[in-house]
Design a protein around this ligand. Structure first.
Ligand code: SF4
Ligand code: SF4
Length: 406
Protein backbone atom coordinates (compact mmCIF):
# COMPACT_ATOMS: atom_id res chain seq x y z
CA UNK A 1 0.00 0.00 0.00
CA UNK A 2 1.21 3.47 -0.80
CA UNK A 3 2.22 5.83 1.92
CA UNK A 4 -0.56 8.22 2.81
CA UNK A 5 -3.43 6.11 1.52
CA UNK A 6 -3.99 4.38 4.84
CA UNK A 7 -6.26 6.95 6.39
CA UNK A 8 -8.03 7.99 3.28
CA UNK A 9 -10.61 5.63 1.92
CA UNK A 10 -10.05 5.67 -1.82
CA UNK A 11 -12.39 4.90 -4.70
CA UNK A 12 -9.84 2.36 -5.93
CA UNK A 13 -10.09 0.52 -2.61
CA UNK A 14 -13.88 0.55 -2.75
CA UNK A 15 -13.89 -0.59 -6.37
CA UNK A 16 -11.50 -3.45 -5.61
CA UNK A 17 -14.40 -5.37 -4.07
CA UNK A 18 -16.07 -7.30 -6.89
CA UNK A 19 -18.89 -8.43 -4.54
CA UNK A 20 -18.10 -12.11 -5.13
CA UNK A 21 -19.06 -13.00 -1.57
CA UNK A 22 -16.23 -15.49 -1.08
CA UNK A 23 -15.34 -13.77 2.19
CA UNK A 24 -18.79 -14.17 3.72
CA UNK A 25 -18.40 -17.65 5.25
CA UNK A 26 -15.10 -16.55 6.79
CA UNK A 27 -16.59 -13.52 8.54
CA UNK A 28 -17.44 -14.22 12.20
CA UNK A 29 -20.15 -11.55 12.41
CA UNK A 30 -21.81 -12.83 9.23
CA UNK A 31 -21.64 -16.35 10.68
CA UNK A 32 -23.34 -15.05 13.84
CA UNK A 33 -26.11 -13.11 12.14
CA UNK A 34 -26.43 -14.22 8.50
CA UNK A 35 -27.00 -10.54 7.80
CA UNK A 36 -25.46 -8.90 4.71
CA UNK A 37 -24.72 -5.66 6.56
CA UNK A 38 -22.71 -7.69 9.08
CA UNK A 39 -20.53 -9.06 6.26
CA UNK A 40 -17.36 -7.61 4.67
CA UNK A 41 -19.21 -7.02 1.39
CA UNK A 42 -22.06 -5.27 3.19
CA UNK A 43 -19.67 -3.06 5.14
CA UNK A 44 -17.78 -2.09 1.99
CA UNK A 45 -21.11 -1.26 0.33
CA UNK A 46 -22.02 0.94 3.31
CA UNK A 47 -18.65 2.74 3.10
CA UNK A 48 -19.16 3.19 -0.65
CA UNK A 49 -22.67 4.58 -0.20
CA UNK A 50 -21.42 7.16 2.31
CA UNK A 51 -18.44 8.06 0.10
CA UNK A 52 -20.77 8.58 -2.86
CA UNK A 53 -23.16 10.71 -0.81
CA UNK A 54 -25.97 8.16 -1.18
CA UNK A 55 -26.11 7.53 2.57
CA UNK A 56 -25.45 9.66 5.63
CA UNK A 57 -23.07 9.15 8.51
CA UNK A 58 -25.62 8.24 11.16
CA UNK A 59 -26.15 5.79 13.99
CA UNK A 60 -26.90 2.96 11.57
CA UNK A 61 -23.63 3.50 9.72
CA UNK A 62 -21.73 3.73 13.03
CA UNK A 63 -23.35 0.44 14.08
CA UNK A 64 -22.37 -1.26 10.81
CA UNK A 65 -18.73 -0.26 11.27
CA UNK A 66 -18.69 -0.86 15.03
CA UNK A 67 -19.96 -4.44 14.78
CA UNK A 68 -16.89 -5.43 12.73
CA UNK A 69 -14.19 -7.18 14.76
CA UNK A 70 -11.40 -5.95 12.44
CA UNK A 71 -10.17 -9.53 12.48
CA UNK A 72 -9.20 -9.35 8.78
CA UNK A 73 -10.31 -12.91 8.06
CA UNK A 74 -12.05 -11.48 5.01
CA UNK A 75 -8.82 -9.89 3.78
CA UNK A 76 -6.91 -13.17 4.02
CA UNK A 77 -9.33 -14.99 1.69
CA UNK A 78 -10.26 -12.20 -0.71
CA UNK A 79 -9.25 -13.05 -4.30
CA UNK A 80 -9.32 -9.34 -5.23
CA UNK A 81 -6.89 -8.42 -2.44
CA UNK A 82 -9.29 -5.88 -0.93
CA UNK A 83 -7.35 -4.08 1.85
CA UNK A 84 -10.24 -4.39 4.27
CA UNK A 85 -8.30 -3.67 7.47
CA UNK A 86 -6.93 -0.39 6.13
CA UNK A 87 -10.34 0.56 4.74
CA UNK A 88 -12.05 -0.05 8.06
CA UNK A 89 -9.42 2.00 9.92
CA UNK A 90 -9.91 4.86 7.44
CA UNK A 91 -13.68 4.65 7.71
CA UNK A 92 -13.57 4.65 11.51
CA UNK A 93 -11.20 7.63 11.57
CA UNK A 94 -13.64 9.56 9.33
CA UNK A 95 -16.57 8.47 11.47
CA UNK A 96 -14.83 9.72 14.62
CA UNK A 97 -14.37 13.12 12.98
CA UNK A 98 -17.78 13.44 11.40
CA UNK A 99 -19.95 11.98 14.13
CA UNK A 100 -18.23 12.39 17.48
CA UNK A 101 -20.12 10.86 20.41
CA UNK A 102 -19.36 10.99 24.12
CA UNK A 103 -18.72 7.24 24.44
CA UNK A 104 -16.61 7.31 21.30
CA UNK A 105 -14.53 10.17 22.70
CA UNK A 106 -14.07 8.32 26.00
CA UNK A 107 -12.96 5.18 24.18
CA UNK A 108 -10.49 7.15 22.11
CA UNK A 109 -9.11 8.83 25.24
CA UNK A 110 -8.68 5.36 26.75
CA UNK A 111 -6.82 3.88 23.77
CA UNK A 112 -5.07 7.07 22.67
CA UNK A 113 -3.95 8.47 26.02
CA UNK A 114 -4.59 6.28 29.09
CA UNK A 115 -2.78 3.30 27.56
CA UNK A 116 0.30 5.49 27.33
CA UNK A 117 0.10 6.72 30.92
CA UNK A 118 2.15 3.96 32.51
CA UNK A 119 1.61 5.26 36.04
CA UNK A 120 -2.16 5.33 35.63
CA UNK A 121 -2.23 1.92 33.99
CA UNK A 122 -0.05 0.57 36.79
CA UNK A 123 -2.36 2.14 39.38
CA UNK A 124 -5.47 0.67 37.76
CA UNK A 125 -3.78 -2.72 37.46
CA UNK A 126 -2.74 -2.62 41.11
CA UNK A 127 -6.30 -1.76 42.10
CA UNK A 128 -7.67 -4.65 40.09
CA UNK A 129 -5.03 -7.02 41.46
CA UNK A 130 -5.78 -5.93 45.03
CA UNK A 131 -9.52 -6.39 44.63
CA UNK A 132 -8.90 -9.78 43.05
CA UNK A 133 -6.67 -10.74 45.97
CA UNK A 134 -9.23 -9.82 48.61
CA UNK A 135 -11.94 -11.66 46.73
CA UNK A 136 -13.92 -8.74 45.37
CA UNK A 137 -13.72 -9.94 41.79
CA UNK A 138 -17.48 -9.93 41.53
CA UNK A 139 -17.13 -6.18 41.05
CA UNK A 140 -15.56 -6.84 37.66
CA UNK A 141 -16.78 -8.25 34.40
CA UNK A 142 -16.13 -12.01 34.18
CA UNK A 143 -13.14 -11.65 31.91
CA UNK A 144 -11.16 -9.75 34.52
CA UNK A 145 -11.78 -12.38 37.17
CA UNK A 146 -9.61 -14.86 35.36
CA UNK A 147 -7.20 -12.46 33.67
CA UNK A 148 -3.59 -12.08 34.58
CA UNK A 149 -4.22 -9.09 36.81
CA UNK A 150 -3.78 -11.46 39.73
CA UNK A 151 -0.15 -11.63 38.94
CA UNK A 152 2.33 -9.37 40.72
CA UNK A 153 2.95 -6.62 38.25
CA UNK A 154 6.28 -4.89 38.06
CA UNK A 155 7.14 -1.38 37.26
CA UNK A 156 8.17 -0.25 33.80
CA UNK A 157 10.75 0.17 32.38
CA UNK A 158 13.28 -2.54 31.97
CA UNK A 159 14.94 -2.76 35.34
CA UNK A 160 12.69 -5.60 36.44
CA UNK A 161 12.07 -7.07 33.02
CA UNK A 162 15.59 -7.70 31.83
CA UNK A 163 16.84 -11.22 32.39
CA UNK A 164 20.54 -10.55 32.49
CA UNK A 165 21.40 -14.09 33.47
CA UNK A 166 21.33 -15.33 29.87
CA UNK A 167 22.70 -12.25 28.15
CA UNK A 168 25.35 -13.42 25.65
CA UNK A 169 28.91 -12.13 26.04
CA UNK A 170 29.28 -11.69 22.27
CA UNK A 171 25.83 -11.06 20.83
CA UNK A 172 25.06 -12.07 17.25
CA UNK A 173 22.66 -9.14 16.95
CA UNK A 174 20.72 -6.46 18.79
CA UNK A 175 17.01 -6.83 19.40
CA UNK A 176 14.59 -4.27 20.82
CA UNK A 177 11.46 -5.53 22.55
CA UNK A 178 8.19 -3.63 22.49
CA UNK A 179 6.98 -3.52 26.10
CA UNK A 180 3.44 -2.59 25.07
CA UNK A 181 0.63 -1.33 27.27
CA UNK A 182 -1.39 -4.28 28.58
CA UNK A 183 1.50 -6.67 27.92
CA UNK A 184 3.73 -4.55 30.10
CA UNK A 185 1.29 -4.68 33.01
CA UNK A 186 -0.24 -8.13 32.88
CA UNK A 187 1.96 -10.34 30.74
CA UNK A 188 5.49 -9.82 31.96
CA UNK A 189 6.05 -13.58 32.11
CA UNK A 190 5.69 -13.56 28.34
CA UNK A 191 8.25 -10.74 28.10
CA UNK A 192 10.62 -12.69 30.31
CA UNK A 193 10.22 -15.81 28.17
CA UNK A 194 10.80 -13.74 25.03
CA UNK A 195 13.93 -12.09 26.41
CA UNK A 196 15.32 -15.35 27.79
CA UNK A 197 14.77 -17.32 24.57
CA UNK A 198 16.33 -14.59 22.42
CA UNK A 199 19.30 -14.27 24.74
CA UNK A 200 19.92 -18.00 24.68
CA UNK A 201 19.79 -17.78 20.87
CA UNK A 202 22.66 -15.28 21.13
CA UNK A 203 20.95 -11.88 20.91
CA UNK A 204 21.21 -8.91 23.19
CA UNK A 205 17.72 -7.69 24.09
CA UNK A 206 16.83 -4.15 25.14
CA UNK A 207 13.53 -2.61 26.13
CA UNK A 208 14.24 0.90 24.84
CA UNK A 209 13.16 3.87 26.90
CA UNK A 210 10.89 6.45 25.30
CA UNK A 211 8.79 3.78 23.64
CA UNK A 212 5.00 3.90 23.74
CA UNK A 213 2.00 1.68 23.18
CA UNK A 214 2.15 0.52 19.53
CA UNK A 215 -1.06 2.39 18.70
CA UNK A 216 -3.01 -0.57 17.28
CA UNK A 217 -6.02 -0.04 19.54
CA UNK A 218 -6.03 3.69 18.77
CA UNK A 219 -5.94 2.94 15.03
CA UNK A 220 -8.79 0.46 15.36
CA UNK A 221 -10.92 2.92 17.30
CA UNK A 222 -10.46 5.72 14.78
CA UNK A 223 -8.09 7.73 17.00
CA UNK A 224 -5.82 8.31 14.02
CA UNK A 225 -3.90 11.29 15.40
CA UNK A 226 -2.97 9.41 18.57
CA UNK A 227 -1.98 6.34 16.55
CA UNK A 228 0.27 8.46 14.32
CA UNK A 229 1.86 10.18 17.32
CA UNK A 230 2.67 6.86 18.99
CA UNK A 231 4.08 5.47 15.75
CA UNK A 232 6.40 8.47 15.29
CA UNK A 233 7.67 8.24 18.87
CA UNK A 234 8.29 4.51 18.55
CA UNK A 235 10.22 4.96 15.33
CA UNK A 236 12.56 7.30 17.23
CA UNK A 237 12.84 4.96 20.24
CA UNK A 238 13.53 1.82 18.21
CA UNK A 239 16.22 3.06 15.85
CA UNK A 240 19.56 1.25 15.68
CA UNK A 241 18.44 -2.33 16.32
CA UNK A 242 18.68 -5.32 14.00
CA UNK A 243 15.14 -6.39 14.83
CA UNK A 244 12.18 -4.95 16.65
CA UNK A 245 10.25 -7.77 18.32
CA UNK A 246 6.72 -7.80 19.69
CA UNK A 247 5.31 -10.73 21.63
CA UNK A 248 1.67 -9.76 21.14
CA UNK A 249 0.32 -10.53 17.68
CA UNK A 250 -1.86 -7.40 17.59
CA UNK A 251 1.21 -5.24 18.25
CA UNK A 252 3.54 -6.93 15.76
CA UNK A 253 0.87 -6.70 13.06
CA UNK A 254 0.52 -2.97 13.69
CA UNK A 255 4.27 -2.27 13.88
CA UNK A 256 4.64 -3.91 10.48
CA UNK A 257 2.29 -1.23 9.14
CA UNK A 258 4.33 1.70 10.43
CA UNK A 259 5.31 2.38 6.84
CA UNK A 260 1.90 4.01 6.55
CA UNK A 261 1.32 5.12 10.15
CA UNK A 262 4.65 6.82 10.92
CA UNK A 263 6.30 9.64 9.05
CA UNK A 264 9.49 7.62 8.48
CA UNK A 265 8.35 4.17 9.47
CA UNK A 266 9.37 2.04 6.45
CA UNK A 267 12.61 0.84 8.00
CA UNK A 268 11.02 -0.03 11.34
CA UNK A 269 8.17 -1.86 9.61
CA UNK A 270 10.77 -3.93 7.73
CA UNK A 271 12.73 -4.74 10.89
CA UNK A 272 9.70 -5.84 12.91
CA UNK A 273 9.08 -9.51 13.71
CA UNK A 274 6.48 -11.27 15.72
CA UNK A 275 8.34 -13.35 18.30
CA UNK A 276 6.75 -16.56 17.01
CA UNK A 277 8.15 -16.16 13.49
CA UNK A 278 11.60 -15.27 14.80
CA UNK A 279 11.73 -18.20 17.24
CA UNK A 280 10.48 -20.59 14.53
CA UNK A 281 13.31 -19.39 12.28
CA UNK A 282 15.86 -19.78 15.07
CA UNK A 283 14.62 -23.33 15.64
CA UNK A 284 14.83 -24.14 11.95
CA UNK A 285 18.37 -22.86 11.67
CA UNK A 286 19.45 -24.78 14.78
CA UNK A 287 20.14 -21.69 16.89
CA UNK A 288 17.65 -22.95 19.47
CA UNK A 289 17.30 -26.55 20.66
CA UNK A 290 14.32 -28.81 20.09
CA UNK A 291 13.07 -31.34 22.63
CA UNK A 292 11.91 -34.92 22.31
CA UNK A 293 8.18 -35.40 21.72
CA UNK A 294 5.88 -37.02 24.22
CA UNK A 295 5.05 -34.24 26.65
CA UNK A 296 1.38 -34.15 25.71
CA UNK A 297 -1.17 -32.33 23.60
CA UNK A 298 -1.59 -28.57 23.22
CA UNK A 299 -4.54 -26.85 21.56
CA UNK A 300 -3.37 -24.06 19.24
CA UNK A 301 -5.49 -20.91 19.04
CA UNK A 302 -4.55 -18.59 16.17
CA UNK A 303 -4.94 -14.90 17.01
CA UNK A 304 -6.47 -13.09 14.03
CA UNK A 305 -3.62 -10.61 13.85
CA UNK A 306 -1.15 -13.47 13.58
CA UNK A 307 -3.07 -15.72 11.19
CA UNK A 308 -5.02 -13.27 9.03
CA UNK A 309 -3.12 -9.98 9.29
CA UNK A 310 0.42 -11.45 9.22
CA UNK A 311 -0.38 -14.83 7.61
CA UNK A 312 1.70 -16.63 10.24
CA UNK A 313 0.28 -20.11 10.68
CA UNK A 314 3.03 -22.68 11.11
CA UNK A 315 5.29 -20.81 13.57
CA UNK A 316 3.24 -21.39 16.78
CA UNK A 317 2.86 -25.07 15.85
CA UNK A 318 6.60 -25.39 15.16
CA UNK A 319 7.32 -23.90 18.59
CA UNK A 320 4.88 -26.26 20.30
CA UNK A 321 6.53 -29.25 18.56
CA UNK A 322 10.01 -27.98 19.44
CA UNK A 323 8.95 -27.90 23.08
CA UNK A 324 8.07 -31.61 22.85
CA UNK A 325 4.29 -31.23 22.64
CA UNK A 326 1.86 -32.23 19.90
CA UNK A 327 -0.19 -29.32 18.50
CA UNK A 328 -3.93 -29.95 18.21
CA UNK A 329 -6.04 -27.98 15.74
CA UNK A 330 -9.22 -26.43 17.06
CA UNK A 331 -10.67 -24.38 14.20
CA UNK A 332 -9.82 -24.82 10.50
CA UNK A 333 -11.35 -21.42 9.69
CA UNK A 334 -9.47 -19.54 12.40
CA UNK A 335 -12.52 -17.54 13.41
CA UNK A 336 -12.04 -14.70 15.88
CA UNK A 337 -12.48 -15.57 19.57
CA UNK A 338 -14.36 -12.30 20.08
CA UNK A 339 -11.67 -10.46 22.06
CA UNK A 340 -10.62 -8.13 19.23
CA UNK A 341 -9.07 -5.33 21.28
CA UNK A 342 -11.82 -3.31 22.91
CA UNK A 343 -14.56 -5.18 21.02
CA UNK A 344 -15.19 -7.11 24.26
CA UNK A 345 -16.29 -3.79 25.76
CA UNK A 346 -17.98 -2.28 22.69
CA UNK A 347 -19.99 -5.33 21.61
CA UNK A 348 -20.21 -7.60 24.65
CA UNK A 349 -23.00 -9.85 23.36
CA UNK A 350 -21.24 -10.76 20.09
CA UNK A 351 -17.90 -11.03 21.89
CA UNK A 352 -19.44 -13.39 24.43
CA UNK A 353 -21.06 -15.60 21.81
CA UNK A 354 -17.82 -15.87 19.82
CA UNK A 355 -15.89 -16.58 23.02
CA UNK A 356 -18.28 -19.39 23.92
CA UNK A 357 -18.01 -20.91 20.45
CA UNK A 358 -14.21 -20.83 20.61
CA UNK A 359 -14.21 -22.33 24.11
CA UNK A 360 -16.47 -25.13 22.92
CA UNK A 361 -14.10 -25.89 20.05
CA UNK A 362 -11.23 -26.14 22.53
CA UNK A 363 -13.22 -28.35 24.89
CA UNK A 364 -14.11 -30.65 22.00
CA UNK A 365 -10.47 -30.80 20.89
CA UNK A 366 -9.48 -32.25 24.27
CA UNK A 367 -6.26 -30.68 25.64
CA UNK A 368 -6.50 -28.53 28.74
CA UNK A 369 -3.31 -26.73 27.75
CA UNK A 370 -3.81 -24.00 25.13
CA UNK A 371 -1.41 -21.63 23.40
CA UNK A 372 -2.29 -18.22 22.02
CA UNK A 373 0.12 -15.49 20.93
CA UNK A 374 -2.00 -12.48 21.83
CA UNK A 375 -2.98 -11.10 25.25
CA UNK A 376 -6.58 -10.17 24.41
CA UNK A 377 -7.26 -13.67 23.10
CA UNK A 378 -5.69 -15.17 26.19
CA UNK A 379 -7.89 -13.14 28.53
CA UNK A 380 -10.95 -14.06 26.49
CA UNK A 381 -10.06 -17.76 26.43
CA UNK A 382 -9.31 -17.89 30.15
CA UNK A 383 -12.57 -16.16 30.87
CA UNK A 384 -14.60 -18.62 28.81
CA UNK A 385 -12.66 -21.80 29.55
CA UNK A 386 -12.38 -21.50 33.31
CA UNK A 387 -9.71 -22.60 35.74
CA UNK A 388 -9.29 -26.17 34.51
CA UNK A 389 -7.56 -24.82 31.40
CA UNK A 390 -4.14 -23.22 31.14
CA UNK A 391 -3.49 -20.66 28.42
CA UNK A 392 0.08 -19.67 27.59
CA UNK A 393 1.95 -17.83 24.88
CA UNK A 394 3.70 -20.47 22.70
CA UNK A 395 7.11 -18.95 23.52
CA UNK A 396 6.27 -19.18 27.23
CA UNK A 397 5.56 -22.89 26.76
CA UNK A 398 8.90 -23.37 24.99
CA UNK A 399 10.77 -21.26 27.56
CA UNK A 400 9.42 -23.43 30.39
CA UNK A 401 10.91 -26.55 28.77
CA UNK A 402 14.13 -24.81 27.78
CA UNK A 403 14.81 -23.44 31.23
CA UNK A 404 13.99 -26.75 32.96
CA UNK A 405 16.56 -28.43 30.74
CA UNK A 406 19.42 -26.13 31.72
S1 SF4 B 1 -14.19 -8.32 -0.04
FE1 SF4 B 1 -13.18 -9.65 -1.54
S2 SF4 B 1 -14.03 -11.71 -1.14
FE2 SF4 B 1 -15.38 -10.22 -0.13
S3 SF4 B 1 -16.99 -9.79 -1.63
FE3 SF4 B 1 -15.41 -8.22 -1.94
S4 SF4 B 1 -14.05 -9.05 -3.51
FE4 SF4 B 1 -15.29 -10.78 -2.77
S1 SF4 C 1 -12.69 -7.85 9.60
FE1 SF4 C 1 -13.59 -9.75 10.43
S2 SF4 C 1 -15.59 -9.14 11.27
FE2 SF4 C 1 -14.89 -7.45 9.96
S3 SF4 C 1 -15.82 -7.85 7.97
FE3 SF4 C 1 -13.78 -8.81 7.91
S4 SF4 C 1 -14.10 -10.93 8.58
FE4 SF4 C 1 -15.94 -9.76 9.14
Amino acid sequence: MEKGTFLQLTQAQLDSCVTCGLCLPHCPTFRLTGDEVASPRGRIAAMGAVAAGDAVVDETYAGILGYCLQCRACEAVCPSLVPFGAMMESARASLAEERPTTTGRLRRILVGRVLNMKWLLALLTSGIALLQKVGLTRLFPGRLRTGRGLRRQRVFPHTAMGIHEYAPAAPVGKIALLAGCVMDQWFQDVHEATIGVLQIAGYSVDVPEGQQCCGALAAHEGAADSARRMADRNVAAFSGYDFVVADAAGCSAHLKEYDVWATDGEDMARRTCDITELVAELLETGRLPTFAPGRGLVAVHDPCHLRHAQRILSAPRDIVRAAGYEPVEIDPDGLCCGAAGVYMINEPAAAHELGERKAEQIRSAGPSLVVSANPGCEIQLRSHLGKRYRVLHPVELYWGVLIADR
